[in-house]
Design a binder for this molecule. Structure first.
Ligand code: CMP
Length: 138
């Protein structure tokens, strides 16, 4: 069993796609073992995305991620990291396969509806950014 962090980003929440996105997680067999609504400060968004701090889009990305409420979710299942990334689709919705979350609900590369951990080391760090052990069921 593997765990991964998902975030329904501020565009997904603002566009009322929380239920649609959770439906896709559940239909795929991934289990929700922790979930909370968050509104990141700019500082918290910068901390979460610190790996991208040298990128030209860092300021805009962290402005967007702190622009409104989002949902942090821990998903669990066999190969949860890879399965969640497949479910999300490519970063840019123009490149995302049909039926993926980003193909269905994202607007552009930045307002792309969901975030998902990209590897097991990052999943551990990202889950711990939002959740204590006590907040995760299982
Ligand atoms: P996410 O999976 O949250 O991880 C980093 C985010 O940076 C990514 O999704 C995109 O939303 C964002 N991102 C990546 N590349 C670009 C880009 N070229 N312009 C704007 N945002 C980007």
């Amino acid at each position: 069993m593997e765990q991964t962090l998902s975030i329904i980003k501020p565009d997904g929440v603002a566009n009322s796609h929380i239920g649609d996105i959770i439906k896709q997680f559940e239909s795929s067999g991934l289990k929700i073992v922790a979930m909370k609504m968050i509104h990141l400060s700019k500082k918290e968004a910068r901390g979460f995305y610190s790996v991208h701090k040298a990128r030209p889009f860092f300021d805009s990305l962290t402005d967007f991620m702190s622009s409104g409420p989002a949902i942090a979710i821990v998903l669990e299942g066999e190969d949860a990291i890879a399965r969640n990334r497949e479910l999300m689709g490519a970063t840019d919705p123009k490149d995302a396969a049909g039926g993926t979350i980003r193909s269905n609900f994202a607007t552009d590369k930045e307002k792309n509806a969901v975030h998902g951990s990209d590897a097991s080391e990052t999943a551990v760090l990202e889950i711990a950014y939002f959740f204590s052990k006590l907040e995760i069921v299982g």
